[in-house]
Design a protein around this ligand. Structure first.
Ligand SMILES: [Zn+2]
Ligand SMILES: [Zn+2]
Length: 262
């Protein structure tokens, strides 16, 4: 799902809270870029950095920062699949750098998008710098705050380079008897949320042909497509059990290509 944050007052408060920590830790960073508060302030809506992520025009490299609540790390296979997927669709001749680390489990019973943004602001270390654009994934130790009995959200993209996976929920729906393999489910959710950050569907990356399922927001109208709305809810599990793994359809691929991707 997509949720954008535009609460400026809250952002300002978080920034001031974060500054001392950034300044204190800047001595052990490779560059002063991470200590520059302008990076903390650079918050845009989902899809706004699509072209910068897809093309090599401004950034030839991308760094993927994966942070997980202690004990909720993604499978190595899903991380490897994410890298392959990025190589396939994103023009980054300078390379794709994946960084992975645990953070102390926040231990909340559920996370709102504001909660996730707060965690990101406390722990994220990689920000966009000259020639390198950075994206962030958090793997949560609990569920989404707006889950219901009938609809469980597995992932969310909430800013131009910010995403989260509800790893606790993903684990409850995978890996057991009569459930799909966890790496497959994680892979699909990682790729779907990244698809949103890359501007799909009609959200920063213009459509070459109409294919938006408007009643379901920024999703594709093809039920087989990775960007169909059912992918990020528990519904995808049935498809995976049936042996089908959702991939981008031609309409979504054409959109990415036309906006600097491949
Ligand atoms: Zn979605
Ligand atoms: Zn599609």
């Amino acid at each position: 799902m997509i949720s954008n944050l535009f609460n400026k007052t809250k952002k300002a408060a978080l920034l001031f809270a974060l500054l001392p920590a950034l300044v204190l830790s800047s001595c052990d960073k490779d560059s002063d870029e991470d200590a520059n508060p302008s990076h903390v302030l650079n918050k845009k809506a989902v899809g706004e950095s699509a072209r910068d992520l897809l093309s090599a025009e401004k950034y030839s490299k991308v760094v993927v920062e994966l942070q997980y609540a202690q004990g909720f790390e993604p499978t190595a296979a899903a991380v490897s699949n994410l890298r392959s997927w990025m190589e396939k669709y994103m023009n980054k001749p300078g390379g794709i750098i994946v960084k992975q680390a645990a953070i102390p489990a926040p231990g909340k019973s559920a996370y709102s998008v504001k909660d996730l943004a707060g965690i990101e602001e406390s722990y994220r270390t990689e920000y966009t710098r000259p020639d390198t654009i950075a994206i962030y994934f958090f793997f949560a130790d609990s569920k989404y705050a707006e889950d219901t009995d009938n609809s469980k959200v597995l992932g969310v993209a909430y800013r131009n380079t910010s995403m989260a996976l509800f790893e606790h929920t993903i684990r409850s729906m995978s890996g057991g008897i009569g459930q799909p393999d966890r790496a497959r489910l994680e892979s699909v959710i990682l790729q779907h949320e990244l698809g949103h950050i890359l501007g799909l569907v009609n959200a920063g990356t213009p459509m070459q042909q109409p294919h938006q399922d408007a009643p379901h927001g920024r999703h594709c109208d093809n039920t087989k497509c990775l960007m169909h709305y059912t992918v990020e809810t528990g519904n995808v599990v049935q498809n995976l059990l049936g042996g089908y793994t959702p991939v981008l359809d031609q309409n979504c691929i054409n959109d990415l290509k036309a906006n600097g991707g491949k």
